[in-house]
Write a protein of this length. Sequence first.
Length: 205
Amino acid sequence: MPNTNSTRKHTTFPVRRALLISAVWGVSITLSMTAQAAEGSSDYLILATSKTSTMEKELNAAAAGGYRFSKAMGGKSANGGQEVIVAMAKDSAHSQGVRKYKLLATTKTSTMQKEMQQAADQGYAYLDQTVFKSAFGGDEVAVIMEFDPSNKVSGSFYRLLATTKTSTMQTELREAAADGYVLVGLTVGKTAIGGDEIVTILRRD
């Protein structure tokens, strides 16, 4: 005669596990939906231009309308050739004050470091970077920085490193880390200075 208790145990366990997994998935989906609703990023703008000055104006116009920076990429689009493309998300914390943006672009890392530090001294913080071919400046490193009126942190220092050798970059990153710098951005692209280069941006607060 078959052992009914043993059969019941073997059939009940998978059912209980399936119910438990379903419950966990249900909680995870609910939390994810709640988090997305809390962020309030249900609306987006896509900005694209080959002129960095135009992009900076459009970034600040979008910010005045309640949007915040989300992502950026430089590359060749189907309509505009080589462009900087930026995605802006609706900002649920818009009431805390309007964010402001600076887009810095240059073929010289020394110039970029100087301009980033000047922006940092005004309260701006690094957000993102990319390499793109502009309409006037050739291959440039473009950096986007943001001023958030709700962020009281200031006094950051920036350092830019550029090299064609990964071994050299590793050594320089380690030296910068020993000085208290943290890596915040990295791009690889063909710049006007050194051909195909690794460009890293580091910050020390």
